[in-house]
Design a protein around this ligand. Structure first.
Ligand code: UN1
Length: 514
């Protein structure tokens, strides 16, 4: 069990009934509206707290604070902005256990993964602090005498960050920490299923902002539902909308934002496969398959949804996999020995049941699972048994992303066949192969291999480090967040041509005499 008592955690993180729906950094703004939402924990079904949803008045307040903050924030030298982010990382270190516990209690992921999510925030703070000294552009040779060309990167303005329930805090930090060192200000709309973890983050930031005299409006939080998300998407004052969630949501956001020629950065659904070859280290492959499929109760966008196993090892691998599934501890995620916690809510349990029924109707064979757990420990009604189904790749349900621990198992003969199956879905986020054969590994990551944004060898599909660019192709939305040069998405590129000569020659050799 986490040695932290939930009551103490909530009070330490300042979580209580909230009549305020917007925080502009250090100030909370009381909502005029009276739409309240109770936040229930999927762990035990208890009400954690109540929030008040923001309406137009509060939304406008956040926008105007953000607009005026941008004028000041963008003037700070980037390494000074990096210093603020560094301090935020240190505050998160102090609160890692508490915040990790709240994430686990509000979202349902294991305490270990809750702490891991906070570590992901700390890591991106370190990364962003270093990045603040490396916002580099190119210099380019000019065709004109005594001219030089160069690129500079400038901040965009207000960045709208819409996050999903499954990573209630880390995905905000990937966006906000990079956006901030780049000189932008942010407005964060967390999922209405997990707003309290976001409130806690805002409370944690507070002292850093106060100690450093940071203007109100650099880090804004707005508690709202899809109506606020729509408002943000339509709002021409928001330069970039970074949205994480379902493909359905992402398509809507993308269309609205494109309609005003705004920018969007999308991190949407995945349908990730793990290919297990007969050259794989079976023990490691088993571990990776299980963590990838049941970690976060299958509610990561990077979760393993499909296992594509070579026919020569299929009959050896499956019984071993089922044996491990039988040994999984399902229960309160705050208890460290439990592997699998609850789904986010009862709606997700319905989706789990429907998906299994659909797979069965299509001709799939349930190998293990298909059970909603009942009894005292499972009172919230959100605990399900991770499920394995022998299925075909073309089944409609296999082509969809179901946020639940359901894994479809398939057989293949040749590597080309496996790669074709892996790619034959609409989504393109993550993928992996287990093989000790260097040729197979290389083919998988070559341009004849996986078509995903992430393609791993001898590890699972989930659990990416922050140092790499994170995101995927096709219906995953094409965005890249977090590491590598993802920071460029939060900036506008400016090309400068400077003439330090005596004349004013034109490019392309054009003559214009006056
Ligand atoms: C998500 O599920 O939206 O790679 C993000 C991973 C995590 C992030 C997942 N680092 O599984």
């Amino acid at each position: 069990m986490s040695n932290l008592n939930i009551e103490n955690v909530l009070s330490k993180l300042g979580i209580a009934k909230k009549n305020e729906s917007v925080c502009t950094g250090t100030q909370w703004i009381t909502a005029i509206g009276s739409e309240k939402v109770s936040i229930l924990s999927p762990v035990d079904g208890n009400k954690i707290a109540e929030i008040t949803l923001a309406g137009t008045t509060e939304y406008e307040k956040a926008i105007s604070e953000a607009q005026s903050a941008f004028v000041q924030w963008k003037k700070l030298p980037p390494p000074k902005r990096g210093e603020i982010v560094r301090q935020i990382g240190n505050r998160l270190r102090e609160y890692k256990d508490e915040l990790g516990t709240l994430v686990s209690y509000e979202m349902g992921k294991s305490i270990e993964e809750g702490r891991g999510e906070v570590q992901e925030m700390i890591d991106i703070c370190d990364f962003a602090a270093g990045l603040s000294r490396q916002l580099y552009g190119l210099t380019i040779a000019s065709e004109r005498k005594d001219h030089i060309m160069m690129e500079q990167w400038h901040p965009l303005g207000i960045i709208g960050i819409i996050t999903a329930f499954n990573f209630p805090v880390a995905v905000w930090s990937w966006n906000a920490m990079l956006a901030a060192v780049c000189g932008n200000v942010c407005i964060w709309k967390p999922s209405e299923k997990t707003p309290l973890s976001a409130v806690a983050v805002q409370n944690i930031l507070r002292s850093v902002l106060i100690n450093n005299n940071i203007p109100e409006g650099v880090f804004n939080l707005i508690l709202g539902d899809f109506r606020i998300g729509e408002k943000m998407a339509k709002d021409t004052r928001i330069a970039l909308i970074s949205a994480t969630g379902s493909t359905k949501m992402g398509k809507r956001v993308a269309q609205i934002v494109a309609g005003r020629l705004g920018r969007s950065l999308l991190e949407l659904g995945g349908n990730n496969a793990l290919i297990i070859t007969d050259d794989a280290d079976m023990q490691n492959a088993l571990k990776a398959a299980v963590f990838g499929a049941v970690g976060t109760a299958g509610q990561r966008c990077t979760s393993i949804r499909r296992l594509i196993i070579q026919n020569t090892v299929y009959d050896k691998f499956l019984p071993k996999l089922i044996r491990i599934y039988k040994q999984l501890n399902i229960g309160n995620p705050l208890v460290e020995s439990n592997h699998v916690g609850p789904l986010i809510d009862k709606n997700a349990v319905e989706n789990y049941k429907n998906a299994i029924a659909e797979a069965e109707n299509a001709g799939g064979k349930i190998l293990y699972g298909n059970k909603v757990l009942k009894g005292k420990e499972y009172e919230s009604g959100c605990y399900v048994v991770p499920t394995l189904i022998e299925a075909k790749n073309h089944f409609k349900i296999v082509q969809e992303e179901t946020f639940a621990p359901i894994t479809y198992i398939m057989k293949y003969n040749t590597l080309n066949e496996a790669i074709a199956m892996q790619n034959d879905v609409k989504q393109g986020l993550s993928s992996a192969i287990f093989t000790n054969n260097i040729k197979e590994a290389q083919i998988f990551i070559s341009n004849a291999g996986s078509d995903c944004g992430i393609a791993n060898v001898n590890i699972g599909t989930s659990g990416a480090e922050i140092g790499g660019a994170f995101g995927g192709e096709k219906e995953t939305g094409g965005g890249r967040e977090s590491g590598s040069d993802s920071w460029k998405a939060y900036m506008r590129r400016q090309t400068n041509t400077i003439n330090y000569g005596e004349d004013i020659p034109l490019a392309q050799g054009i003559k214009f005499e006056i």
